[in-house]
Design a protein. Structure first.
Length: 102
């Protein structure tokens, strides 16, 4: 899907990099809907492609800084940690039984 959009002519008044970023965005959304690989992998692939193709920043060092900036947010890590604890409780059986007993 993203490849099809990328080869279409760039609309007037839009920079080519913006058009390619839109194509990549559409490809990520389609990947999230169809889920050929886990959703997290689709997202990381999209960020990596935007970085490698230079769609976010022209200088490679700035593009890498942009790609890694989301991992420096403490709130993201707090949510990730809570999710991992929840998965651990569920898989270990410490979370209790099913809710059907209620």
């Amino acid at each position: 899907m993203g490849g099809v959009i990328a080869i279409l002519p760039v609309p007037d008044g839009l920079k080519p990099t913006a058009w390619y970023f839109f194509a990549l965005f559409c490809a990520v959304v389609v990947g999230l809907v169809l889920e050929p690989i886990p959703a997290a992998a689709v997202g990381v692939t999209g960020v990596a492609m935007a970085t490698v193709l230079g769609l976010v920043e022209p200088k490679p060092a700035d593009a890498i800084k942009w790609a890694l900036s989301g991992f420096s947010n403490t709130t993201v890590w707090l949510i990730f940690g809570a999710f991992m604890f929840a998965l651990g409780y569920e898989k270990s059986g410490l979370a209790g039984g099913s809710l059907s007993a209620w």
